[in-house]
Design a protein. Structure first.
Lengths: 117, 114
């Protein structure tokens, strides 16, 4: 079984400030981890993903995330927020072993990021 | 390259009716997944189709059914609509099944059940 918990349903930062969106996961098998962004009235766009290998993953738009197995975390960061980063962000986990969870994305509840000028 | 498209964009139905939502996968993609996103929630996995066969199902009742066609387009059918079925329905296609392959999402169909 898999689950994702995103800490904080709303995060507000000033333009130019650090963005930190928190994600903790639970998985009975080694996970694949993802961050998606959703702009209003649009579908989801992949920001970055962790499969295997390097635990620090760089994505689009200056975002990165670090997989920490000991903490079961995959927090998303960006050094300097931009107004265009305002959106809803979803962390997701998928199993890469076989079984009914294979290829299925389990999402967190989402975090709405607001960027103030 | 055309992305994932969904139709219709919006739909209003009455409780007890049936609805069909459509998804056109990205070219070359043989796998499609459907998700339900209720207001203020993360998407929830409904089911996945791989080469026209169901390849995994989430915790949704049998009145949620699907089809994938030889051209890899897909339909989601919901019978006996309930008020709680009101949500954004997202489809996502990938070049193959398995989590290593990126799922490309369409813009969604917003279903309102009254």
């Amino acid at each position: 079984a898999q689950s994702v918990t995103q800490l904080g349903s709303h995060v507000s930062v000033s333009e130019g400030a650090l963005v930190l969106l928190r994600c903790n996961y639970s998985s009975s098998v080694p996970p694949y981890l993802f961050w998606y962004v959703q702009y209003p009235n649009q579908g989801l766009q992949l920001l970055l993903k962790y499969t295997t290998g390097a635990t620090l993953v760089k994505g689009i738009n200056g975002f990165e995330a670090e997989f920490k197995k000991s903490e079961t975390s995959f927090h998303l960061t960006k050094p300097s927020a931009h107004m265009s980063d305002a959106a809803e962000y979803f962390c997701a986990v998928s199993a890469h072993a076989g079984g009914t969870s294979y290829g299925k994305l389990t999402f967190g509840q989402g975090t709405i990021l607001t960027v103030h000028p | 390259e055309t992305g994932v498209t969904q139709s219709p964009t919006h739909l209003i139905k009455t409780r007890g009716q049936q609805v069909t939502l459509r998804c056109s996968s990205q070219s070359g993609h043989n796998t499609v997944s459907w998700y339900q996103q209720a207001l203020g929630q993360g998407p929830q996995f409904i089911f996945q189709y791989y080469r026209e066969e169901e390849n995994g199902r989430g915790n949704f009742p049998p009145r949620f059914s699907g089809l994938q066609f030889p051209n890899y387009s897909s339909e989601l059918n919901v019978n006996a609509l309930e008020l709680d079925d009101s949500a954004l329905y997202l489809c996502a296609s990938s070049i193959d099944r398995g989590p290593a392959y990126e799922q490309y999402f369409g813009p969604g169909t917003r279903l309102t059940v009254t």
